[in-house]
Write a protein that binds this ligand. Structure first.
Ligand SMILES: [Zn+2]
Ligand SMILES: [Zn+2]
Length: 273
């Protein structure tokens, strides 16, 4: 068992007092099998010690290790969507593979689409020294803010938000101190396995027709799509730090170069054309 000081601060004074906000304990367990081979597993536990930062008064998300906290402007997201697109799954699976938060099994197995929450683009961030920005491939519209300390996908920007809002993956990094915002529209459903889609609860569906590039859908999708767009237009970026402020401070984004998933309806259409 080893102890590491997660953060220590030595103020510039003659008393040399040391304050710690947490210690991290690493526990290693070695198991020896009957055939003599041994395996070991490690677990890290973060134990708060000193005075903790005050709890945010609005909804917030925190990265897996606790270093990065992002507070929003309200307790409830402004709007929510369910998303079936290959890229939302791909980026979360990529970072989960690097040790980030795992997708809950029913989502990993494509039994349920991911729930996206949208918030004002006015962010109060602690631990922003660990924020890094990525796109999953060249030309991708979305830009991802990642907590690089633990590979947590924190929040997303997309040109369709026009700088007014940011999106979070509430399924994987749930907002804390928050009221639930229910999705009224499911998008990019053409990327989702058809047999799984048929089993999902009833909700208007919308997807981009790869032949025309225009959205189409089922149920009253135009009303719900319009409501989402109106809400995005009314969101604010006037206080706090915006996505672009934070990305500029971090020195821009890097491109991961992940391939587009085979379930992508656009990819399938292009291959068959
Ligand atoms: Zn972290
Ligand atoms: Zn998506």
């Amino acid at each position: 068992m080893e102890f590491n000081h997660a953060s220590k601060k030595i103020p510039n004074s003659s008393t040399h007092s040391i304050t710690m906000s947490a210690i991290t304990i690493t526990v290693e367990q070695k198991t020896t099998r009957l055939d003599g081979a041994s395996t070991s597993t490690r677990a890290c536990i973060r134990v708060p010690t000193g005075p903790q930062p005050p709890a945010p008064s609005n909804a917030f998300i925190r990265c897996k290790c606790g270093h990065v906290t992002v507070e929003f402007t309200a307790k409830k997201a402004k709007v929510a969507l369910e998303c079936c697109c290959v890229d939302c799954f791909a980026k979360n699976e990529y970072y989960a593979g690097l040790g980030g938060p795992q997708l809950p099994p029913r989502f990993a197995n494509r039994e349920l689409p991911l729930v996206l929450n949208y918030w004002d683009n006015c962010l109060k961030v602690t631990g922003k020294d660990k924020l890094a920005f990525t796109k999953i491939r060249e030309g991708c519209a979305s830009t991802n803010a990642i907590a690089s300390c633990c590979n947590t996908v924190m929040f997303i920007d997309h040109p369709a938000y026009a700088g007014n809002g940011v999106m979070t993956f509430n399924t994987i990094v749930p907002a804390q101190n928050a009221e639930e915002c229910k999705a009224r529209l499911r998008v990019y459903t053409a990327d989702y396995p058809a047999d799984r889609l048929a089993k999902l609860p009833e909700l208007p569906n919308a997807w981009k027709d790869p032949a025309t590039g225009a959205f189409t859908g089922t149920g009253d999708w135009p009303t719900e799509f319009g409501a989402w767009a109106e809400t995005m237009k009314g969101m604010s970026s006037s206080d706090g730090e915006s996505f672009s402020d934070l990305m500029a401070a971090a020195g821009g984004f890097t491109v991961l170069g992940l391939p587009e998933g085979d379930e992508s309806c656009t990819k399938q259409y292009t291959a068959s054309a």
